[in-house]
Write a protein that binds this ligand. Structure first.
Ligand code: ADP
Ligand code: F6P
Length: 324
């Protein structure tokens, strides 16, 4: 293992830069050449690479986004595209690859392993926190804090106007962002795809809060939740059923993917980068490096993709106690 490649792929997330920096500096520490691939798998197919040294990654630990850029690359999903990518990896003399991304990126990484026996280690980089084998993905903590700060501001105006706000947050098919941010901002209800909440229960909860003297409320809705067709349809149905409520909808959107990473994400990215490099050097690959109970652990990529982390339903129960 003389040359290690690194790329970021799929939805970017705060902390990706700290992981890139860590990979580059760990390579330098072990006298390995490090090659950065620009724009994820697209860069691999288009041969868009650059040699990285310790100075290339100065001043990026505090920056959101990804210094190597990211992409969603359709061509890599085809066998032809992956053949091109593999040829370019070989031609560049890359012996092992570190893929920083989410479940889609890991699906691609696993194919490189299985189809070409090419050594790959994954670093979980997504705000969605939807990978098995790590309690936290890179960017999740920052996204939670971004959501919390944004909803704190929405709450100010909700209180002033006695309004009911529906705030949609990201998370793809997972409710981690909604659940934890919802608890942190004192949501009236938290709607997540993992737990079915009937429309009637939502109505009852709102009626109960009105009776208890609440003049404004916030419902946090995960983008993957199916209580309504979408957050706008849900809000207007609520307004039809409870005409006394003046409702507003706020979709936080891509604000959740940007910004300077939190201390947690910087420290996590730094640990995972070093461990990913060490793993490749030790000849261990086909896995994702993550964190569990404060310890760095490895999980086979196939398991990271197929395994299901159970959402902590206890948090929902506690959230409801807060709303009595
Ligand atoms: P994320 O990694 O954040 O989940 P995507 O789901 O968009 O983001 O996946 C990122 C990239 O990973 C895709 O654009 C594609 O290049 C690659 N990828 C996703 N699914 C597959 C697949 N089934 N086979 C090969 N590559 C894939
Ligand atoms: O996977 C990260 C994520 O931000 C999801 O939470 C969201 O569903 C999706 O990516 C949005 O993707 P795009 O940036 O392509 O709109």
């Amino acid at each position: 293992m003389n040359t290690i490649g690194v790329l970021t792929s799929g939805g970017d997330s705060p902390g990706m830069n700290s992981a890139i920096r860590s990979v580059v500096r760990a390579c330098a520490n072990y006298d390995k050449k490090c090659i950065g691939i620009v724009r994820g798998y697209s860069g691999l197919i288009e041969n868009n690479t650059k040699v990285l040294n310790t100075r290339s990654v100065r001043g990026i630990i505090n920056r959101g986004g990804t210094f190597l850029y990211s992409a969603r690359c359709e061509e890599f999903k085809s066998a032809e595209g992956r053949k091109k990518a593999f040829k370019n990896l070989k031609d560049a003399g890359i012996d092992g690859l570190i893929v920083i991304g989410g479940d889609g990126s890991f699906t691609g990484a696993l194919k490189l392993e299985e189809e070409f026996n090419f050594p790959v280690v994954g670093i979980p980089g997504t705000i969605d926190n939807d990978l098995f084998g790590t309690s936290h993905t890179l960017g999740y903590d920052t996204a939670l804090n971004t959501v919390m700060e944004a909803i704190d501001k929405i709450r100010d105006t909700a209180i002033s106007h006695h309004r009911l706000f529906f705030v949609e947050v990201m998370g793809a098919d997972a409710g981690y962002i909604a659940l934890n941010s919802g608890l942190a901002i004192g949501a009236q209800e938290i709607l997540i795809p993992e737990v079915n909440m009937s429309f009637d229960n939502l109505i009852n909860s709102l009626k109960k809060s009105k009776t208890a003297g609440k003049t404004s409320s916030i419902i946090v809705v995960a983008e993957g939740d199916k209580t309504g067709k979408n957050v706008f349809e849900l809000a207007s149905r609520i307004e039809e059923t409870l005409p006394k409520y003046e409702t507003r909808v706020s979709v936080l959107g891509h604000i959740q993917r940007g910004g300077s990473p939190t201390c947690f994400d910087r420290v996590l990215g730094t640990q995972l980068g070093v461990k990913a490099v060490e793993s490749l050097i030790d000849g261990k690959h086909g896995s994702m490096v993550g964190i569990q109970n404060g310890k760095i652990v490895f999980t086979p990529l196939s398991k990271a993709l197929k395994g299901k982390t159970k959402i902590n339903k206890e948090l929902l129960r506690i959230s409801r106690i807060m709303n009595t």
